[in-house]
Design a protein around this ligand. Structure first.
Ligand code: UD1
Length: 422
């Protein structure tokens, strides 16, 4: 297994180009299953999770071609299987996103039930109930969700009692080809949902209200070939900005979108950072200061994202003052904190709240990455504290960050990948 060796104590400065958003690319790849004809997707990030999704649809007979730099073209005309096997689904829960499109377009789908995962139980009951409300017959047996529909799905009114991002996306995709109108209430408002909706609209779908909590979809009988460019990754953007703030440095993120970053930018300003933005860039200047600790409560968009919680925990470990971090989305998303404690972090966990006392005494230590964003937070902490840190199990980070070590090296981070083969 690859590891990162990091020499800390560096001030980060310079520019980073942000990649396309993983959480937008994954549903958009699944959306290609809704049309027999090419969907050309650009600004695709080169990530393990994206490769897994492409592999998943390729194993159904779908044609996947790299047609340019950061661009793939997907054509599902030759599809010959509607099954998402356990071997692939177990490595990436977002595989569940093929369920809605397969069922809506081909009338059947067999998708392995995603198992438990490091950050909590993460059920998919809302996806299943939504599709059932649209007329699908679904059984869960032998570890698989087996879904069928005679003819077309029927439009329905679907209320989610918990805001679910991939749940909203699954129903949104399914509803584009359903008969009649579907209304999704308490829909996820995440920018990645809006990006998916824009791609579907480019394919000929009739969708109103994406980005609000009520999305209305009037089903059409078929969708057409289209091109779409994936939005920039707001979590990757935030990760580099927070790392810069922790180091007292000055970093500009390019090819990004400040307008979908409000909650994170506000917290960085509260931490003492100077922020400047343009249409597609964000500059953070800490002017050599130590950040001030900030309180965080995670919640669905536009509130503070759970996917940035670990990074702010890392910042609060080296900040001035005491902070409270409350995680309201996932029940077991503090595992990075045990590793931060190994590096000298002063953290007390009580249920879903962590109290962190900032300190300048942290030191590098051997640590273990436990999930995607947790891994990023350990890299960030390791880059700024004194001494050396060896991070094991970094395969988690490759799932969702493109060339993270190269990007950190570009802004002055001392980070080296030690390959398992070395
Ligand atoms: C997506 C993101 C992930 C992010 C999360 C929350 C993708 C590929 N992943 O994950 O990076 O951390 O949103 O912003 O976009 N729930 C249920 N039943 C369901 C579905 C969800 O109870 O059927 C619960 C979950 O357990 C969780 C909450 O709803 O407590 C939100 O989860 P959800 O938004 O569905 O997360 P994902 O879509 O899996």
């Amino acid at each position: 297994m690859d590891k990162f060796l990091i020499e800390g104590g560096k001030c980060l400065s310079g520019e980073v180009r942000v990649s396309g958003a993983k959480n937008a690319a994954l549903p958009i790849i699944a959306a290609a299953l809704l049309v027999r004809g090419p969907l050309e997707i650009s600004n695709m990030p080169a990530l393990h999770d994206v490769n897994t999704m492409l592999k998943l649809i390729a194993c159904m007979g779908v044609d996947v071609k790299e047609t340019g730099d950061m661009q793939v073209t997907i054509d599902s005309s030759a599809i010959n299987s509607y099954k998402a096997p356990y071997e692939l689904v177990k490595t990436m829960r977002a595989s569940i996103l093929v369920l809605g499109p397969l069922l809506a377009h081909f009338g059947e789908a067999e998708v392995s039930l995603p198992g438990g995962c490091a950050i909590g139980s993460r059920p998919v009951d809302l996806h299943i109930r939504g599709l059932e409300a649209m007329g699908a017959t679904i059984v869960v047996e032998e570890g698989y969700i087996r879904a069928k529909i005679d003819g077309r799905l029927k439009g329905a009114k679907i209320f989610f009692d918990t805001v679910t991002v991939t749940g909203t996306e699954n129903i949104l995709m399914a509803a584009t080809l359903a008969e009649g109108q579907t209304i999704i209430e308490n829909a996820a408002k995440e920018p990645e949902v809006t990006d998916l909706a824009e791609c579907l609209i480019a394919m000929g779908a009739d969708i109103q209200g994406a980005g609000t909590d009520t999305i209305t979809i009037n089903g059409v009988s078929e969708l057409q070939a289209a091109s779409h460019s994936v939005i920039p990754d707001r979590i990757e953007t935030g990760t580099f900005l927070v790392a810069a703030a922790m180091s007292g440095g000055c970093v500009t993120t390019r090819a990004t979108r400040p307008d979908i970053q409000e909650a994170v930018l506000q917290k960085l300003i509260e931490a003492g950072a100077e922020i400047e933005t343009g249409d597609d860039w964000i500059k953070l200047d800490m002017k050599g200061k130590q950040p001030k600790a900030v309180n965080i409560t995670t919640a669905p968009y536009p509130a503070f994202p759970t996917d940035m919680q670990a990074q702010f925990a890392a910042m609060n470990c080296v900040a001035q003052g005491v902070s409270h971090i409350k995680e309201t989305i996932f029940e077991n998303r503090f595992m990075h904190m045990q590793e931060m404690i190994r590096m000298g972090g002063k953290i007390l966990i009580d249920g879903n709240t962590a109290t962190i006392e900032g300190s300048t005494e942290l030191k590098g230590a051997p640590v273990m990455a436990t999930d995607l964003r947790a891994s990023a937070s350990l890299v960030m902490l390791a880059l700024v504290v004194t001494g050396e840190t060896l991070i094991d199990r970094i395969y988690h980070i490759d799932r969702g960050y493109e060339n993270i070590e190269e990007k950190f090296q570009q802004i002055g981070g001392k980070i080296t990948r030690i390959s398992a083969t070395n």
